[in-house]
Design a protein around this ligand. Structure first.
Ligand code: NGF
Length: 288
C-alpha cells in the first residue's frame, strides 16, 4: 500500500450526472499516462460530499471494474451519517478494495470518544483496513499525537492521510509510529513530507501531474534534494496557477486538453468562465 495514489476526479455531465465513459477515461489516463501506484476513490477530489449513497456506490463499482487488479484501490467511505459509512464500507470491501479510508467526522464538533467510536465501528464491521483521512483545514478536526496513538490501538487502523502543513506533528508521527502508513496529502508540500519519511502521497493534482510527483518522491528518497526541489518548484508554479484559477474545474479542463472527457464539477461548484477556460488551456500547454 506504499506509493503515490491519485485522488481520483469524477466526470459529471452538465446536469451533474456521473459520466461513466468519462470516468473510465480519467481512470485509464491515471493508469497509462500519470502511472500512479493506486487510486483514492470518493475523496474530496471526487466531489464525494455532494453526491448520494447510490452515486458513491456506482463510482466504486465503475472504478473497480475498470482497474481490476492493475493498481491498489482505497475507498473513502467517511460520512457523518455513520450508517452510510457502514453500508459503503461493506460495499467497497465486497468489491475487493484494498483498504478503506474515512474522513474525520465533521460539522457537529464530535469529541474524541465519538471520533474513536466512529472509526472502530466502521472498520470492525468489515474484513478490511482503515486509513484515517485527516484534513483539519476543511473539517476543523485536529487529532493530537496521543489521540492518533489511541486510534492505532486498533490494528485494523493502519495509517493516516495527512493533509496538513504541520510538519512538527508529521515528524513526531513518523518517529512514534514507524509501522503505520503515513501519506502526504498536500501535493505542494510533497518534498517536505517525503524528506520526513512518509510512505506515500495521495493527491488531486496527480490526475495530471503524477509524473512530476513521482520524480519528487523518488529523488527525495534517494537524497537528491536539489533536483527534487527544482521539480517541486515547477510543480508549485503549476499548483499556484491551479489554485488561483479554480482547483477541480481547472484540473478537468486540463484533462480535456489531453483528450479525456473529464466533464464538469457538481453544483454548487460553479463552471469556469470562458476567460478561465483559456487560462486552463494555456496551463495545459505550458506544463503538460
Ligand atoms: O483537494 C484537496 C482539499 N486536497 C487534495 C488532497 O489532499 C485531497 C490535495 O491534493 C484528496 O486526497 C481527496 O480527494 O480526498 C490538494 O488538492 C492539492 O494539494 C492542492 O492544494 O483541499
Amino acid at each position: 500500500m506504499k506509493g503515490l495514489f491519485t485522488a481520483l476526479m469524477v466526470s459529471y455531465d452538465k446536469d451533474g450526472e456521473i459520466n461513466e465513459k468519462g470516468l473510465r477515461e480519467i481512470i485509464r489516463y491515471n493508469l497509462d499516462v500519470t502511472k500512479v501506484d493506486g487510486l483514492y476513490v470518493n475523496g474530496s477530489t471526487g466531489e464525494n460530499f455532494m453526491i448520494s449513497t447510490e452515486e458513491k456506490k456506482e463510482i466504486f463499482r465503475i472504478v473497480k471494474d475498470e482497474v481490476k487488479d492493475r493498481v491498489k484501490l482505497i475507498a473513502q467511505v467517511g460520512s457523518i451519517n455513520l450508517k452510510e459509512s457502514l453500508e459503503l464500507a461493506k460495499y467497497a470491501t465486497d468489491l475487493g478494495y484494498d483498504a478503506l479510508s474515512a474522513v474525520t467526522p465533521f460539522y457537529y464538533k464530535f469529541d474524541f470518544e465519538e471520533i474513536k467510536n466512529y472509526y472502530n465501528t466502521i472498520i470492525n464491521s468489515v474484513d478490511n483496513k482503515m486509513i484515517i483521512y485527516s484534513i483539519p483545514f476543511l473539517t476543523g478536526v485536529n487529532i493530537s499525537i496521543d489521540q492518533f496513538a489511541e486510534l492505532f490501538e486498533n490494528e485494523k487502523i493502519i495509517g493516516v492521510k495527512f493533509t496538513a502543513g504541520d510538519f512538527y506533528l508529521l515528524e513526531r508521527m513518523r518517529k512514534t509510529f514507524p509501522d503505520k502508513l503515513l501519506y502526504a496529502g498536500f501535493d505542494e508540500m510533497l518534498l517536505s513530507a517525503a524528506v520526513l519519511g512518509v510512505d506515500g502521497a495521495i493527491g488531486s493534482t496527480f490526475n495530471v501531474n503524477g509524473q512530476r510527483a513521482r520524480e519528487i518522491y523518488e529523488l527525495a528518497n534517494k537524497g537528491e534534494i536539489t533536483k527534487a526541489r527544482e521539480i517541486q518548484h515547477e510543480t508549485n508554479d503549476f499548483i499556484t496557477e491551479l489554485l488561483n484559477n479554480g482547483l477541480y474545474q481547472t484540473l478537468k479542463e486540463i484533462l480535456k486538453e489531453k483528450g479525456v472527457d473529464a466533464g464538469y464539477c457538481r453544483q454548487p461548484m460553479k463552471e469556469l468562465t470562458e476567460e478561465k477556460v483559456e487560462v486552463a488551456k494555456t496551463m495545459a500547454a505550458k506544463y503538460f
